[in-house]
Ligand binder design. Structure first.
Ligand code: RNT
Ligand code: ZN
Length: 421
């Protein structure tokens, strides 16, 4: 180990100790947090169904950086490089159209484990968890922008059967890997202009979801989550699955609500929602993302929003109940780098939260000394978390700082730039 990193770490430990914080326990806690990595960043949310389904449903990918993964094998190869550069042990999160292979005559409503067999083998061999989301978009059965809430029972049935199929696949993932697979339901359904009957659309969505989840599955192998969105491209006036709809739905059905940090009004604090939900409901799924103007899916940067979300996640010892997933897709930069930058930023933000002198700040709050609370919260921002982060990377055998770009440059030259189309 380089002595500079060690010296800086030990000085940082001293400084944190003066604030009553044990930096080595913070690192231990960080090391236990598995982040679910968004596999769809690797293929621009295109999937591998060997069809020409256009990308629909408001998921807008922009950019033409070379090297998009064209098969599940290529995504796994790219993910392996990313995972070499991200400290800790993590999970992989799939969109259901990221199949290993298609079986002739079988559409999404009939997907089984066979469609994902290599995903399971690969995650098992690498000690990773595996999550999955049914894709209710980019398919001709998404009609007039509607899937689970479509007025036609035949179309609804197709999507309901897809939801059911993916839950079964997930249960098999969970059983095989010994960690529950989180199934996230996000449907793009909505209206560009003012609908005449929001109620009927929501009633249909509700009934479809109930049917999707009608098969009882053990929490030890599968967990259901539902994700709302304020608006999307083409659904500016009404999203059927709004926040109020899903918050109520999740509470009544005792399932997870998924908060995507790019899916709310920009002045709304997602960080503030976490304790509000966790103090009443069991578990929570986060899709950590970065909204920029109308887009909800930029790569994570360490900004105030990310810091406050991470701080709220680690502050109250309920890490076992909050599942952290990344959700973004950027095709204008190297896609492996997008994973590495976003995941490492998530981890940095969690570490900064874990290193907060919370006991002292709590003490001031308990004494109604709000002046000292503010003063210490601000001083804490300048504590040397970076020395602790570098030490963690070093002990985990991953590159320190910008060093990870060397591996990405050599990989894109050797592998990604050789891909065509
Ligand atoms: C879309 C949702 C959803 C997607 C994935 C790709 O707005 O955030 O989670 O990002 O289905
Ligand atoms: Zn999301």
């Amino acid at each position: 180990m380089s002595s500079r990193i060690e010296r800086m770490y030990s000085l940082a430990c001293e400084q944190y100790a003066e604030h009553g914080v044990d930096a080595s326990s913070a690192l231990k806690a960080l090391d236990e947090i598995a982040i679910s990595i968004n596999a769809w960043q690797g293929d621009d949310v295109v999937g591998f169904e060997e069809t020409n389904h256009a990308l629909t449903g408001g998921c807008q990918v922009t950019g033409n950086y070379p090297g998009r993964a064209r098969t599940a094998d290529e995504v796994r190869s790219d993910l392996s490089v990313a995972l070499e550069l991200i400290p800790g042990r993590h999970r992989v999160n799939l969109q259901s159209h990221q199949v290993d292979k298609m079986i002739p005559g079988v559409d999404r409503d009939g997907f089984t484990l066979e469609h994902y067999a290599s995903w399971l083998d690969w995650t098992k061999a690498n000690g990773l968890g595996l999550d999955i989301a049914p894709a209710f978009y980019s398919h001709p059965k998404l009609d007039h922008g509607l899937s689970l809430s479509h007025p036609d029972p035949g179309i609804r049935k197709f999507w309901i059967d897809h939801g059911k199929a993916i839950r079964r696949v997930a249960a098999e993932f969970g059983r095989a890997l010994g960690t529950p697979s989180v199934v996230n339901f996000w449907a793009p359904d909505g209206y560009k202009d003012t609908p005449s009957d929001r109620y009927a659309a929501r009633k249909r969505l509700l009934e479809s979801l109930d049917e999707c989840m009608s098969e009882p599955l053990d929490d030890a192998v599968e967990l259901d989550a539902v994700e709302a969105k304020l608006f999307g491209i083409g659904t500016e006036s009404c999203t059927v699955g709004s926040n109020d709809f899903y918050l109520t739905y999740a509470a009544k059905r005792n399932i997870l609500v998924c908060l995507d940090s790019g899916h709310f009004h920009p002045t709304e604090s997602v960080a503030d929602k976490i304790s509000a939900i966790c103090c009443q409901q069991g578990r929570l799924l986060l899709h950590v993302s970065r909204g920029v103007r109308w887009d909800s899916d930029h790569v994570l940067v360490v900004n105030d929003e990310l810091l406050s979300i991470a701080r709220e996640v680690v502050a109250y010892d309920y890490l076992d109940r909050v599942h952290i997933g990344l959700d973004y897709f950027d095709a204008s930069i190297n896609r492996v780098a997008a994973w590495v930058i976003g995941a490492r930023n998530m981890q940095k933000a969690l570490l900064i939260g874990l290193l907060e002198p919370k006991k002292r700040i709590d003490g001031y709050e308990d004494a109604f000394d709000f002046t000292s609370r503010l003063a210490l919260q601000e001083e804490a921002k300048a504590l040397p978390w970076c020395a602790v982060w570098d030490y963690y990377c070093e002990t985990q055998g991953v590159p320190i700082g910008f060093g990870f770009m060397d591996r990405i440059r050599s990989y894109e030259k050797a592998v990604q730039f050789k891909r065509e189309g």
